[in-house]
Design a protein around this ligand. Structure first.
Ligand code: PLP
Length: 462
C-alpha cells in the first residue's frame, strides 16, 4: 500500500514512512493511493467479533508489509488492553433509533486514545527495529496532547513536546498533560489559541533543517495512522446495528475533521453509511462551508466544547482532495488562498458533492447545555459538551436508519459544563481519582517559531 500527498508534490511513501513522517514535505497530508474494499460478506463476518479482531481485519490492508500479522495483532492487543470497558467502544441507546457510541473509555477519557494508544505501540515497534530516534511535536486543543503524552511516556526512542493554548484547556485536560513524571514528555503552554499551536507546528514541519535535525514526527490527525485507527469503530458500531444488511447514519462532533473523515473512509471501503453528519459548536466554519461552499475564517471564540474550537480544520483537506477527484494542484491552490486570504470557495460542482457526502448542523452554547440537561433527565446519560453538540445536531437528522452519535469524551473531563447543566459533578474514574493531587510540570512559551525550536532542541534527550 502506497501513500500519496493531497498536494501532489511529495514522494509516495509506505505506511510506516507516512506514519513516522506526519505532514508531507509539500505541506499536504498523506492518504492511501487506493482505498481497500471490503465485501458485504467480509463486513457481515465482523458482527459479534471482539473489537481487537475487527481492528485487525479493517486496518490490515492499509498497513502493507510494515508489520507481520502476529506483530500487528500484538500491537492492537496492547493498544486496547488499558481501556476501562471490555467492548472498547460500547453502544448505548439514547432514544428511538438513536444510539451513542461511547469512545471515552481509554486511559485519558477521550476518543483520541483509540488512535494514540495504537500509534504509541506502532512507533515503538518501528523505531525499536531501526534504532531510529524521533522528536514528536503535537498541537492540541486539549485531548490529543493528553492522549499522546499517555501513549508515549517512558518510551525509549521518542521525545514528545505538546503545544497547548495557554489557559484554554480544562483543568483535567491540562493536568493529564502536566502530571506525568517521565522525562521524555513535555507540556508547552503557548501564548495563543489552538490554531496558533497548529500553525507553529506546521511551520516546524516546513523548516526542513530543523525537521531533519531533530527527526521531527507528528501525531496530530494530520498523521494518517490516526485516521486509520478511527475507521475501526464505524465498522464495530454499524455491524452491531445490522450492517451490511442495513445502512447506518453517523453524527460526529467535529473540529479538525479527523474523526468524521474516518467515517468517510469506512464508507469508501464499502460500509453502508447513509448520512454522515458534521456537528460543530458555534465555531461553525465547517457547517457554513457545507451550506454555502465558502470556507471563511471569522476568528475562534472559546466555548464549553474547547476541543472543537478550531477554524483551520486540517483534515478537511483530505475530504476536499477526494471531492476534487484527487487533483493535488487544485488543493494546493485552495490551501494557498486559505493561508493568504483567510478563506476559499469550492466550485459549484464540488459543493453539490460535498452536500451529498455530508450533512451538517451547529449547536450554540445554550443548545449544548440544554442537550446535556435533557439527555440526563430522559436517559441518565451524562454527556460531555462535545458529545452534546453531536446529539443536538443528530436529532433532526434521524430518519429510517439507526443514527449513531459519537460520544467523544467522558463527562468528567469537562465537569464545570456538565455540573452547570445538570447539577451533577461527574466523578473521575477511580484510576485517575488523585489527578488533582499530583504535581504539575509545564513550560510557558511565546507564539514564536524560533523560541519554540530552540526550546525543543535544548530539551530533547539526544
Ligand atoms: C478532538 C476532539 C473532537 C474533534 O475531533 P476531530 O477529529 O478534530 O474532528 C471532538 N471532541 C473531543 C472530545 C475531542 O477531543
Amino acid at each position: 500500500m502506497r501513500y500519496i500527498s493531497t498536494r501532489g508534490q511529495a514522494p509516495e511513501l509506505s505506511f510506516e514512512e507516512a506514519m513516522l513522517t506526519g505532514l508531507a514535505r509539500d505541506g499536504g497530508l498523506y492518504v492511501p493511493a487506493q482505498v481497500p474494499q471490503m465485501s458485504d460478506a467480509e463486513i457481515a463476518a465482523l458482527a459479534g467479533q471482539p473489537y481487537e479482531e475487527i481492528a485487525f481485519r479493517v486496518m490490515r490492508p492499509f498497513v502493507g508489509d510494515a508489520f507481520d500479522d502476529d506483530t500487528f495483532r500484538e500491537i492492537i492487543a496492547k493498544a486496547y488492553a488499558g481501556f476501562g470497558h471490555d467492548a472498547r467502544a460500547p453502544l448505548v441507546q439514547l432514544g428511538p433509533n438513536h444510539h451513542l457510541l461511547e469512545l471515552f473509555h481509554g486511559p485519558t477519557l477521550a476518543f483520541k486514545d483509540f488512535a494514540m494508544q495504537l500509534i504509541g505501540q506502532m512507533f515503538q515497534v518501528a523505531l525499536g527495529r531501526s534504532g531510529r530516534r524521533v522528536t514528536i511535536v503535537g498541537a492540541t486543543s486539549g485531548d490529543t496532547g493528553s492522549a499522546a503524552i499517555e501513549a508515549f511516556r517512558g518510551l525509549s526512542n521518542v521525545d514528545v513536546f505538546i503545544l497547548y493554548p495557554h489557559g484554554r484547556v480544562s483543568d483535567v485536560q491540562r493536568r493529564q498533560m502536566t502530571t506525568p513524571v517521565e522525562s521524555n514528555v513535555h507540556a508547552l503552554a503557548l501564548e495563543g489559541d489552538f490554531d496558533d499551536c497548529q500553525a507553529r507546528l506546521k511551520d516546524m514541519f516546513n523548516d526542513f533543517d530543523f525537521r531533519d535535525r531533530v527527526g521531527l514526527a507528528g501525531v496530530n490527525s494530520i498523521n494518517w495512522a490516526r485516521v486509520l485507527a478511527q475507521v475501526v469503530y464505524y465498522f464495530s458500531a454499524a455491524t452491531s446495528l445490522g450492517a451490511p444488511g442495513r445502512a447506518v447514519d453517523f453524527t460526529v462532533p467535529t473540529g479538525n475533521f479527523g474523526d468524521i473523515f474516518a467515517g468517510h473512509v469506512a464508507r469508501a471501503m464499502g460500509l453502508p453509511i447513509g448520512r454522515l453528519v458534521v456537528a460543530t459548536n458555534r465555531n461553525d466554519i465547517l457547517h457554513r462551508c457545507i451550506r454555502t461552499g465558502a470556507y471563511e475564517k471569522q476568528g475562534v471564540e472559546p466555548t464549553i466544547s474547547p476541543s472543537m474550537d478550531i477554524e483551520v480544520s486540517s483534515n478537511f483537506e483530505r475530504a476536499l482532495f477526494d471531492l476534487y477527484d484527487r487533483d493535488g494542484a487544485a488543493i494546493a491552490q485552495l490551501m494557498d488562498e486559505l493561508k493568504h486570504k483567510g478563506g476559499f470557495t469550492v466550485s459549484q460542482g464540488v459543493l453539490g458533492k460535498l452536500q451529498e457526502a455530508y450533512g451538517s448542523g451547529m449547536a450554540d452554547e445554550a443548545a449544548t447545555s440544554a442537550t446535556i440537561a435533557r439527555a440526563y433527565h430522559s436517559t441518565h446519560e451524562l454527556l460531555c459538551p462535545h458529545s452534546a453538540v453531536g446529539v443536538h445536531v443528530a436529532e433532526p437528522h434521524i430518519g429510517a436508519n439507526p443514527m449513531v452519535t459519537l460520544a467523544t469524551a467522558h463527562p468528567a473531563k469537562f465537569p464545570a459544563a456538565v455540573e452547570a447543566a445538570t447539577g451533577i459533578h461527574p466523578p473521575l474514574p477511580d484510576r485517575m481519582a488523585d489527578l488533582f493531587e499530583r504535581p504539575e510540570r509545564l513550560t510557558q512559551v511565546a507564539n514564536d517559531l524560533t523560541a519554540l525550536e530552540t526550546l525543543i532542541e535544548e530539551r530533547r534527550s539526544v
